[in-house]
Each structure stands twice: as structure tokens, then as C-alpha cells.
Design a protein around this ligand. Structure first.
Ligand code: KE4
Length: 426
């Protein structure tokens, strides 16, 4: 038994599944999880001293790679002034002004402590602003673990066999309507069935929690039109795509404007941060300005703000990062397709910007049904083989791979060499 396995034995005694977030338990890939001791650039090290090329990147925040000096030094400086005050600070104003500058259509920002909290609050605001109860989400999309969004969810809820969670009362779930990603008619049917009752349509502009599935041309534009016609607000959950696809996120990348936008991950630079944003008219309905209540002890935490502000400022000053990481991801995706073809293994690799996902299926993956039909057992064997070759992928099929600015050609080539060795064994 290696040290990770020994530690896991202790962990399961005191933590449900031995983890503080389900996907980390490696249940979808059938092995004991790696316990990480440190990270630097594109690398992780585990308790057994093994080094891995990291494509989880903390599930998205580490767009510049781990332990980036600009972010580390900003945190070190902030810590010296104190960890938390429960009072407004200059940095909260600075990061909010920067997000208003960079994100299309955003006039005001409210900081919270996670993507879940951001989405939960944005849905409450949509309901409060419209006076409507229903929301429309998409099967296989994941928006955090707030009650009304744990319905046909993706990510680890799906991988773990509970896309709709126990403990959520039917009285709450009944207001959450489910459509199909890339199927505008499924959205129109729900809006027609519940005229004047849908507060918002919430979507991951790029579905990244069923694996990566790109929006069909016209899909996001179609959602915009349907929302305008029905009076529902369009809510882009950009916890993954925000500051990842472009500085202005998916709104900039696809040229489609949402009414509300949620963020997490990258805006915290690795610290716990989420945010929901929108027009002044909408956001000034949030307490203390308006009747929609939301609060948080550690919201806008000064150390977390320092990390987030450092990362967003760096990205603004180095926009070339986006072309770099997208090119790296495209090169990797092409290499994976070639390696799988040479091994005679049916693999569909979806890639957009610095996000990519391999699906073990002979078909194209353009909808949730395609992703769900992929061979998750083969993915598990692929994961284990790549890990043995020093490459740490998402420990579940219904996740994304993240490429950072710290991944160099050397790591990408090592990743392809590992894939060429592993594909023929699957
Ligand atoms: P958090 O509460 O985990 O910060 O964010 C929830 C969330 C909201 N919206 C989207 C689009 C998300 O992808 C997430 C969280 N992403 C998962 C990865 N699929 C986080 C990893 C985990 O659950 O451990």
C-alpha cells in the first residue's frame, strides 16, 4: 500500500468518501485518490513523491499554472496585513472595477465565496427581479450544489449516479425545468408550457460538466432571442468559461450578451471566490440596496481578493496568454485524435480555447446524450494508464481538461507519448 492509499484509509474514517468534494475520491476511475503535497507550474507532487503533469488545474482556477510568483507574492503581502476584517476593503473595489471594465454588459459585481454561492444568489436575484418562480437549466450542466440546481446535474453528481440529489424537496425541484443543450426547441417548448413564469434560463455557455461540449452555432444567440421574447433573464454560468475563453469570457468569445453572469475559479486565483454580476438595474435589487437578500462573512476576503486581483490584472496585461493556451489545447487535441486513430480506439476529442475532453465513443459528441453514451469504463482505464505515465487528468469522464500558460511543449509532448503508450492497452 502506498502512502496515498494509507492516507486514504485514514481519510475515509473522518471525511465522507475520504474527501471534501466527491470527484476527488476517484470513484469513477476505480482507484484510491492521489493526495497532493505541492504544485508548481504545470506539475503536481503526491504523498509518494510522484510527479504529474496536471490537467485538472484545481478545476480551472490555475490558468497561469500553480504557484505563479505574481499571485503568490500578492497573497504573501496581503496576509501580513491580516486575514479577514468583515469590513469593506480597497481591493474589493479594485477587482470589481476591473471586472466591470473587462466583462461585457457588467455594471456591478457582488463577491461571494464559491461558484455555487454565485449561481444560487444569481437565481434568487432573477426570481426576485422578475417575480417568477420557474428556472430552465440543461441536462448534464452543473451549476454547483444549491438545491434548485441539483436537478439532472452534470459533473460528479452525474458520474456518481445522482444527477438529482436526495434531500431536495419536490416543492423546490418542481420549479426547475430541464431542457437539452444545443436543442432550442426543448427550451421553446418549456417557455410555451409556462408562459410568463420562467425567471431565467441558466446555461454553461460551453458545457464543461458533461465533458466539454461546444454550443452549436446559433444556440446561444437563440437562447438570447427566446429570453427576450419570453421575459426570462439569460444567466450565463461562467464559473468555468469566465476569464478562461477570453478576458471577457463567453460573452466576448461568442458575442452573445447575458443578463446575469456568474464567475468563480479564475477570479480567485486559487482562493475561494465566486461572483455574480449584471446591470445596475438588476444588481441594485440586491441587499442592502434592494429586497433580494444575500450576505457572507468572508465575501470579498482581503487575501482572496489579493489573489484574484493579481491573476486578473496579469491576464489583462498579458492577453497573449489566451492565444497561447488555446493553441496548446488545439495541438494536444489533434495529437490525441491521431494517437487514438493509430491505436484503433474510437475517441472523440472536443476542444475549445484551453478546454478539451476525450470521449471514448465512435460518434461526434455534440449533445448530452452523446456524452452519456461514451464508454466511461474505458475512460477509467485511460485515466489509470495516463496517471501511471505521470499525467493527471480529470478523474471522471464528465469533466474538462484544463491547459495552463505553464504547460510547455515538453509537457504536451510527454502527454502525447503517454497517450500513445496507453491507448493500445484500453
Ligand atoms: P464551486 O461551488 O465548486 O466553486 O462552483 C460550482 C460550479 C458552478 N458552475 C460551474 C459551471 C461549475 O463547473 C462549478 C464547479 N465545477 C466543478 C468541476 N466540474 C468543481 C469541482 C468539484 O465539484 O470538486
Amino acid at each position: 500500500m502506498d502512502r496515498c492509499e494509507q492516507l486514504y484509509e485514514q481519510a475515509v474514517e473522518v471525511l465522507p468518501g475520504g474527501v471534501n468534494s466527491p470527484v476527488r475520491a476517484y470513484r469513477a476511475v476505480g482507484m484510491a485518490p492521489r493526495f497532493i503535497t505541492r504544485a508548481d507550474g504545470p506539475w503536481l507532487w503526491d504523498e509518494d513523491g510522484k510527479r504529474y503533469i496536471d490537467y485538472v488545474c484545481s478545476w480551472g482556477p490555475m490558468i497561469l499554472g500553480h504557484n505563479h510568483p505574481v499571485i503568490r507574492e500578492a497573497v504573501e503581502r496581503a496576509v501580513k496585513d491580516g486575514l479577514s476584517f468583515g469590513a469593506p476593503t480597497r481591493r474589493e473595489v479594485e477587482i470589481a472595477r476591473l471586472m466591470v471594465e473587462l466583462v461585457p454588459g457588467v455594471e456591478m459585481v457582488r463577491m461571494v465565496n464559491s461558484g455555487t454561492e454565485a449561481v444560487m444568489s444569481a437565481v434568487r436575484l432573477a426570481r426576485g427581479a422578475t417575480g417568477r418562480d420557474k428556472i430552465i437549466k440543461f441536462e448534464g450542466c452543473y451549476h454547483g450544489h444549491s438545491d434548485c440546481l441539483l436537478v439532472n446535474a452534470g459533473s460528479s453528481a452525474l458520474a456518481g449516479g445522482h444527477p438529482s440529489s436526495a434531500g431536495v424537496p419536490e416543492d423546490i425541484v418542481k420549479h426547475t425545468l430541464t431542457a437539452q443543450f444545443n436543442d432550442l426547441s426543448s427550451v421553446e417548448a418549456l417557455l410555451d408550457a409556462w408562459p410568463g413564469q420562467v425567471a431565467c434560463v441558466i446555461v454553461e455557455p460551453v458545457a464543461a460538466n458533461m465533458g466539454v461540449v461546444n454550443p452549436d452555432p446559433g444556440f446561444l444567440e437563440g437562447l438570447r432571442t427566446l429570453c427576450d421574447k419570453s421575459g426570462a433573464l439569460l444567466l450565463f454560468d461562467e464559473v468555468i468559461t469566465g476569464f478562461r475563453l477570453a478576458l471577457g469570457g463567453a460573452q466576448e468569445y461568442f458575442g452573445v450578451r447575458a443578463d446575469l453572469v456568474t464567475f468563480g475559479k479564475i477570479i480567485g486565483g486559487g482562493m475561494p471566490v465566486g461572483a455574480y454580476c449584471g446591470s445596475r438595474a438588476l444588481m441594485e435589487q440586491v441587499a442592502p440596496c434592494g429586497p433580494v437578500y444575500q450576505a457572507g462573512t468572508l465575501s470579498g476576503n482581503p487575501v482572496a481578493m489579493a489573489a484574484g486581483l493579481a491573476q486578473l490584472t496579469y491576464l489583462k496585461e498579458h492577453p497573449e496568454v489566451y492565444e497561447d493556451i488555446a493553441a496548446k489545447a488545439a495541438w494536444l487535441a489533434a495529437g490525441l485524435r491521431k494517437a487514438a486513430e493509430e491505436a484503433g480506439v474510437p475517441v472523440a476529442v472536443n476542444q475549445i480555447g484551453s478546454l478539451l475532453s476525450p470521449f471514448f465513443t465512435p460518434t461526434a459528441v455534440t449533445a448530452f446524450v452523446d456524452a452519456k453514451g461514451s464508454d466511461v469504463g474505458r475512460y477509467a482505464r485511460y485515466f489509470q494508464g495516463m496517471l501511471a505515465h505521470g499525467v493527471a487528468l480529470a478523474p471522471a469522464q464528465f469533466e474538462a481538461m484544463f491547459v495552463s500558460a505553464a504547460h510547455t511543449r515538453a509537457e504536451l509532448e510527454a502527454t502525447l507519448a503517454a497517450a500513445r503508450a496507453v491507448f493500445p492497452t484500453l
